[in-house]
Design a protein around this ligand. Structure first.
Ligand code: F6R
Length: 246
């Protein structure tokens, strides 16, 4: 795993956006999985700006949503759907054939998981993933205790995720369960960019780097990935004495 530490959220986002641009330039057919949330928000805005300003051809890229709050409608401004629609899909005018998001309102959650698994399979796998790190060390909605050998699955969200998730919503919202690509997708992705910023992430980032790799801190498995990048700002890195580059 490569660990990079940048001065602040802005420089972290600038560099992450540049890495994504390079991904698209080097493989204009990239299948890219995208998390929602605060960590990648500015990265996506800068990525979109760079693609458009530099006239980079992304028409053959596919964009895949990492996860979704179950039973939250796509038009709800706190949904991952709404976030990806407003930050990536609409500004890039990505056609429906080239973006793939979980349906949070599905009446058959198992079928929905199978559908997203088959989307990934039929695209011949994931070239790059952009993920955040939860306060509890989750990636997507792969909560502490998750088996590492799962593809898409439905998750009972832990209390921390239910509470922290309120920040995305205009009004208190019931967030009992989620639907998410699995850690097996993460490990099979050719590349992973994991972003974390702010002092509030410093404890979990230190645990991710220092504890033995285990599913109590799901993101610790990034250290086993063949091409993972942990992109931090100085605040998120402030509890690490010696950054690991394993
Ligand atoms: C959201 C997602 C979550 C977030 C994580 C960090 O799609 O997959 O795992 O990445 O909870 O959230 P932020 O970036 O808001 O701190």
């Amino acid at each position: 795993m490569v660990v990079r530490i940048y001065e602040n959220y802005e420089t972290l986002s600038e560099q992450a956006a540049q890495l994504l641009v390079e991904q698209v330039k080097s493989n204009p057919f990239s299948n890219i999985v995208l998390a929602a949330g605060d960590s990648p928000r500015l990265t996506y805005q800068l990525f979109v700006r760079k693609l458009l300003e530099q006239h980079i051809d992304y028409r053959n890229c596919h964009f895949i949503g990492l996860d979704e709050w179950l039973d939250v409608a796509p038009e709800n401004t706190g949904s991952c759907h709404y976030f990806l629609k407003t930050n990536i899909i609409e500004p890039l005018s990505v056609p429906a054939t080239h973006f793939h998001l979980f349906n949070a309102l599905t009446s058959n959650q198992d079928e929905e998981c199978e559908r997203m698994d088959s989307v990934v399979r039929e695209l011949n796998g994931i070239d790059a993933m952009v993920v955040g790190i939860g306060m509890n060390g989750h990636i997507g909605f792969n909560e502490p205790g998750v088996p590492f050998d799962l593809y898409a699955h439905v998750v009972d969200l832990d209390e921390n995720t239910q509470a922290v998730g309120q920040k995305y919503f205009n009004a208190p919202t019931t967030l009992r369960s989620g639907i998410s690509l699995g850690m097996k997708h993460l490990m099979e992705s050719k590349k992973v960019f994991a972003l974390a910023s702010g002092k509030k992430k410093s404890t979990i980032i230190a645990r991710l780097l220092k504890e033995e790799i285990n599913n109590r801190v799901p993101a610790s498995i990034l250290r086993q990935h063949k091409n993972s990048w942990l992109l931090l700002d100085e605040d998120a890195a402030s509890d690490i004495s010696q950054p690991s580059t394993k």
